[in-house]
Design a protein around this ligand. Structure first.
Ligand SMILES: Nc1nc2c(c(=O)[nH]1)N[C@H]1C(S)=C(S)[C@@H](COP(=O)(O)O)O[C@H]1N2
Ligand SMILES: [Mo]
Length: 308
């Protein structure tokens, strides 16, 4: 097996991690995925004890309002979405503005495989094996100025391809393009990933191909899909969901079982893909979605109830 991996200096520990991930993905003994995995220079299992959400759920139960508001619509209506060629620009408070194409996004950074919990504000959750690079790599390359305090992200605006942008009713009545934002500290955190793949393959359109944000300690709506523009700013950006309902969706949107959504509890979550035909397992929701050890320090002195 080892000789199939292009880089023969791969150390034993990484090799075993790689094998463990292949096993977790249900492809042990198969060499099919190895060329893909060989591309990853560094692998990291954030929590190997997690049970992965079945792939058909990850790619078939989605929120991507540009392609419809029901969970099964993105898979259907994004099927023809063109994600290559692609252009992602990085601008604003940077000394070195960047323009990246599809190949840059897939080959220029050290790609890693990471298994993260994913918690939607609607109180359901998944566990997803992502492939991506740390956002801080991209930001460092752009060389932020001293004025950079926030990072603003924007999804593609293309009503021709995105029926939800073309038809207000189909798109859930939100203003497009979809916008999200993080503080610089959050954006530079090593857990914050720009994902280009999941389950060992390139992202499918419904999951935000070719590149989407993944911030595992925040509600899913922060993890903006199909990003075309990243702007470093001095002012806090106004995010799509905040703009729509500021009393329901805050800027931070950190997962917190003690701060309920005005219309429902956030104390527990439905585990997508678990249970039988008519029941889904419920489990308690964890503060910062289980990543408190890694990220709680970012919010020291911040009242999580007012800064929800
Ligand atoms: N551009 C864009 N990004 C988006 C959304 C969206 O509607 N449009 N939905 C968000 C929400 S609410 C969730 S829960 C996640 C869902 O990601 P998934 O379908 O890959 O699980 O994407 C987020 N990113
Ligand atoms: Mo969500």
């Amino acid at each position: 097996m080892k000789k199939l991996i292009e880089n023969d200096v791969t150390d034993e520990r990484i090799f075993h991690q790689r094998r463990k991930i292949l096993t977790a993905l249900g492809v042990a003994g198969s060499s099919l995925l190895l060329p893909d995995f060989a591309r990853a220079q560094k692998l990291l299992e954030t929590d190997p004890a997690l049970t992965l959400t079945p792939e058909d759920k990850v790619i078939g139960y989605n929120n991507f309002y540009e392609f419809g508001v029901s969970k099964d619509q993105p898979q259907r209506y994004a099927a023809e979405f063109k994600t290559n060629p692609w252009t992602l620009t990085v601008d604003g408070e940077v000394n070195n503005p960047l323009t990246l194409d599809w190949d840059d996004l897939h080959n220029r950074f050290a790609l890693q495989e990471r298994i993260y919990r994913f918690r939607c504000v609607e109180a359901w959750s998944m566990v997803i094996p992502w492939r991506g690079f740390e956002l801080n790599q991209l930001i460092k390359l752009a060389d932020p100025t001293a004025n950079a305090k926030y990072v603003r992200f924007e999804t593609l605006y293309d009503p021709q391809q995105m029926p939800g942008q073309h038809d207000r009713y189909f798109g859930g009545g939100i203003d497009y393009p979809y916008v999200e934002g993080l503080t610089m500290q959050e954006a530079m955190h090593p857990l914050t990933l720009m994902a280009v793949g999941l389950y060992g393959k390139d992202l499918l359109p419904q999951n935000g191909a070719p590149v989407r944000l993944t911030v595992p300690w925040k509600y899913g709506f922060k993890s903006i899909k199909s990003v075309v523009k990243i702007t470093l700013t001095e002012q806090q950006p106004l995010n799509t969901w905040q703009k729509l309902a500021a009393h329901e969706y805050g800027f931070y949107a950190n997962v917190n079982p003690e701060v309920d959504h005005p219309r429902w509890s956030q104390a527990s979550e439905r585990v997508i893909g678990s249970g039988g035909l008519f029941s889904v397992k419920r489990q308690p929701t964890l503060l910062f979605n289980g990543y408190a050890d890694e990220v709680a320090a970012l919010y020291q002195g911040l009242d999580l109830r007012t800064h929800f």
